[in-house]
Design a protein. Structure first.
Length: 548
């Protein structure tokens, strides 16, 4: 070894740029605007142009007023825009008046409810009562099982209103990092995960979206208690038995356990349907194709160093869903769960959704859930390594039961390159405008331009890279309003330590929003204008039985 080797710095973690992709430069002014704001402003400008042509000066004045109103209505804040709040309020009022703010599984509906509606014209109270009983809760509308045989991979078939249908499968992961790892090892696994994401991008791949879920939940001591009952000598010293019991008591009340899941989504595209027909007719062909696809995805997850287990059966997926609704139920207790009867009653409030049902001991308990989306414009534009989310994952001292979901979907290289080029042009134009106005640079424009330039370099032709869209949601759970409020504050503090300016809590929508953190690959708008328009036109039906 030469003397120079002793002075060589240790390998640093690979860094990637994140943030700076909130929107694009507006033709109506400088700065970044999101897609909805841009469409509203363009629409207001088009209407104003027509008014000016027909009304002259009066139309011009009306155009200015219209643009000011449109800009004010779509201005972003920590709680969303005014337009978002108006829509949320109207949705909330409609749900309360129709009774869909309450969910009770239709399998629990008494016969008298249906008879009262069928007998004649129901009154408002009877309609609200009937509408509360639905097949699936909000956020899981249009979900059924394609394959639920015990011991085999559970395949979920989704066909929600306003979206194209897809299939999903859940894998449990050991995680990419366990214990102390060198930077070289972390870098290798980070690059392997990047290659995995590229395999879920556009092209010939049938799987198009990957959802990574991290669940932090109270430790279930039932496994340890069962081990002790079978293995510990009943004649052991009393002090030893009491010591072990104390350890279990502290473990159950003071610690959280991490679980990791990968959810893969196969959209039922013409390519998928054509491939399925080569295996057999209709759904039978899908099943044979999915057997091959599940094996392929398992190998891809293993190659990325994520340590996947076999695909979860329908019963185990149902156990996870039951646990996420009511954390009193152990996440691994799948022996008594029915995949066709796994939903629990809930009632939505403005700032949370409350799930009330019996726990494993038969006692009625209520869990409150609150969900936030991480807006892309709240992500500080910066160069980050693979451990940037640790403050939200493992560095929280507070006892916060939470689920963090990140969905990743490939974007065609030519589309991603065009967006990066537009972002870089916008950054440079903003810098020129700042210099002409004689303003000082606070550093943000330089960082944003560097990020856009890095994206362009990554997307150079011939490098085999693709673009990537992502969405992040966080659900916080507690058993009281005060505990939920404190847990949300702790979560916001951890997010700020991770470089996230703010979390947007989806008030009046938590019943549906919590499904974004369930292993269903839901909560991310498909890429392209078609997906955006379907989301606008799809409506708000929350169950398979239509409200009266």
């Amino acid at each position: 070894m030469s003397a120079a080797d002793w002075t060589r710095p240790a390998a640093e973690l690979d860094r990637r740029w994140l943030g700076g992709e909130a929107g694009h430069r507006s033709l109506l002014g400088s700065g970044r605007v999101n897609r909805e704001r841009r469409m509203v402003l363009y629409g207001a400008g088009g209407i104003g142009l027509v008014l000016t042509m027909y009304l002259g000066a009066t139309g011009l004045v009306l155009t200015v007023v219209l643009l000011v109103v449109a800009a004010a209505a779509t201005a972003r804040s920590r709680t969303g825009s005014r337009l978002d709040r108006v829509r949320s309020w109207r949705r909330w009022r409609q749900q309360c008046s129709s009774g869909t703010d309450v969910f009770i599984p239709v399998i629990r509906r008494p016969a008298g409810v249906l008879e009262a509606v069928s007998a004649g014209k129901p009154d408002a109270e009877q309609r609200r009562t009937f509408n509360a009983y639905r097949d699936n809760p909000d956020g899981a509308e249009g979900m059924t099982w394609l394959h639920a045989r015990p011991g085999a991979p559970g395949i979920v078939w989704h066909y929600p209103t306003g979206e194209d249908a897809w299939l999903s499968v859940v894998f449990e992961l050991d995680g990419a990092v366990a214990g102390l790892q060198s930077n070289d090892t972390l870098n290798a696994r980070t690059r392997a995960f990047g290659r995995l994401q590229a395999q879920f991008g556009p092209g010939t791949a049938l799987a198009r979206r990957l959802q990574i879920i991290t669940r932090l939940h109270p430790v279930d001591t039932a496994v340890y208690e069962a081990w002790a009952a079978n293995e510990i000598d009943p004649d052991a010293p009393r002090e030893l038995l009491e010591s072990y019991a104390e350890v279990l008591s502290r473990l159950g009340t003071g610690g959280l356990r991490q679980r990791h899941y990968a959810v893969v989504r196969w959209p039922l595209t013409p390519d998928f349907l054509a491939a399925g027909r080569s295996y057999g007719p209709n759904q039978q062909g899908w099943l044979w194709l999915m057997r091959e696809q599940i094996d392929l995805v398992w190998r891809q997850l293993a190659d990325a160093g994520l340590g996947p287990s076999s695909a979860l059966s329908a019963a185990r997926v149902a156990a996870v869903l039951r646990h996420l609704q009511h954390p009193s139920w152990p996440v691994d207790q799948a022996g008594d769960v029915n995949p066709f009867d796994m939903w629990m009653p809930s009632r939505m409030q403005r700032t949370y959704v409350a799930v009330t049902d019996n726990d494993p001991e038969g006692r009625e308990r209520t869990w409150l859930h609150r969900t936030a989306v991480v807006p892309i414009d709240s992500i500080d534009t910066a160069s980050r390594d693979a451990l940037w989310m640790l403050p939200m994952l493992v560095r929280m001292q507070e006892h916060v039961v939470r689920t963090i979901s990140v969905q990743l979907e490939g974007v065609p290289q030519e589309v991603a390159r065009k967006r990066a080029s537009e972002d870089l042009s916008s950054d440079l134009a903003d810098d020129i405008s700042r210099q002409q106005a004689g303003k000082l640079d606070d550093g943000r424009l330089g960082v944003a331009a560097e990020a856009s330039n890095a994206r362009l370099r990554d997307l150079e032709p011939g490098r085999g890279t693709e673009g990537l869209g992502w969405a992040m949601h966080i659900t916080v759970s507690a058993e009281s309003v005060d505990a939920l409020r404190a847990s949300c504050a702790h979560m916001e503090s951890a997010a700020r330590r991770s470089g996230i300016d703010s979390l947007q809590w989806l008030d009046t929508q938590h019943a549906a929003a919590q499904a974004c953190t369930w292993p269903l690959a839901r909560g991310m708008r498909p890429n392209g204008a078609g997906g955006f328009l379907r989301g606008l036109l799809g409506g708000d039906n929350k169950g398979q039985e239509q409200p009266l």
